[in-house]
Ligand binder design. Structure first.
Ligand code: HEC
Ligand code: HEC
Length: 299
């Protein structure tokens, strides 16, 4: 088991040339880093190009990378669906226009209108654990959060605080409206061969709706955010072939499907001003095309 853990980490890191002594996961955090699957390296076609420093910092950053690459296997108690961080932060968090994580450490603390407060980098990571991974907060003082942040800090080195990185986030889309009927046809033609007719995902592709997908409180549950992700990154092997309108249509179809619920999201945008496509009620905002059925918040 231990040998696998080391091997998997080295594979995931792709630059490890010798076995590192990796400390045993602490029992109180119930972490299994052992199963970094091969998809962590293959799926996105990217090789991790990080140069890891020797010593404890390098070991922590490699563990952080492994958690981002195989999130559910690493932290089963904190992930409620079948996604991993790199399911959306593509190419190991390096792809422009796919929410790159490069430089992200230098972008926090930062004010979030959705939260109505300043978020630390740990808060932001946990937003994705709760919403995009339909899970729960990883304790900010845990070794696992420390490992994730060490990796994020390492890939942010040399980027000035507050600097804008090319391709940061997801480009804002022109305001179009999506047509779910057209979206059904586009999904069948361009997406089912990887994501399945039922949207559940054929590995290594992941679920785009249903209990194994991101929750209703995730940014990708908004049609404009989903359209931008799809327009710039999908189909995975031929990104860029869809028009803005087609991206909206297929996004409208996907976000209309059932997905895990998120707790407490009615408190989002506490000062008002929610974007019009948020699919749940918040202060002064009525849900836009909420999914037909929300699965129970079981996690
Ligand atoms: C379902 C897709 C998805 C998954 C899975 C996901 N994220 Fe995100 N993440 C997003 C989106 C979308 C945004 C940005 C939203 C926006 O700017 O509109 C984001 C933003 C972030 C940011 C802030 C980026 C910035 O430039 O400010 C961090 C940090 C982050 N995610 C970390 C993670 C980590 C760590 C994981 C795994 C534990 C994860 N994400 C999993 C979709 C995802
Ligand atoms: C060639 C296979 C392939 C095709 C075709 C494809 N995808 Fe993907 N998609 C992937 C892979 C691989 C990932 C990333 C999964 C991972 O690395 O964990 C992904 C991720 C996603 C995600 C973010 C993660 C999630 O599961 O929600 C969305 C949304 C998505 N695809 C939508 C689409 C849409 C819409 C289409 C059709 C326009 C499409 N994809 C076509 C392979 C594909």
């Amino acid at each position: 088991m231990r040998r696998f853990a080391i091997l998997a980490l080295v594979l995931a890191a792709s630059v490890g040339c010798k076995e590192e002594k990796v400390a045993k996961p602490q029992a109180n955090h119930a972490v299994r880093i052992a199963t970094v699957d091969s998809n962590a390296v293959h799926t996105n076609g990217a090789v991790d190009t990080v140069t890891y420093p020797e010593g404890p910092e390098g070991i922590a950053a490699r563990r952080g990378f492994a958690i981002l690459a195989a999130t559910r296997d690493s932290l089963p108690d904190y992930v409620g669906n079948g996604l991993r961080c790199f399911s959306c932060h593509l190419d190991n968090g390096r792809r422009p226009n796919a929410i790159p994580l490069t430089g992200v450490y230098a972008r926090y603390p930062s004010y979030s209108a959705r939260d109505g407060r300043v978020l630390t980098i740990q808060d932001r990571v946990n937003n994705c654990f709760r919403r995009s991974l339909a899970g729960r907060n990883v304790p900010t003082d845990s070794r696992e959060m420390h490992d994730i942040v060490t990796y994020l800090a390492l890939i942010s080195r040399g980027i000035a605080v507050g600097a804008h990185v090319p391709g940061q986030g997801l480009p804002t889309m022109p305001p179009l409206s999506g047509d779910t009927a057209r979206g059904v046809a586009i999904f069948a033609a361009s997406c089912t061969r990887c994501h399945g007719v039922n949207g559940a995902g054929i590995p290594p592709a992941t679920a785009v709706w249903g209990p194994r997908s991101y929750s209703v409180g995730a940014s990708l549950a908004r049609v404009e955010r989903a359209a931008s992700f799809i327009r710039h990154n999908m189909p995975f092997d031929s990104a860029g072939v869809l028009t803005n309108q087609q991206a909206y249509d297929v996004a409208a179809y996907i976000v209309s499907q059932s997905r895990p619920n998120s707790r407490g999201i009615e408190g989002d945008w506490p000062d008002g001003g929610a974007p019009s496509d948020v699919p749940y009620n918040t202060k002064g905002h009525a849900a836009f095309n909420p999914p037909k059925h929300l699965s129970a918040p079981g996690f």
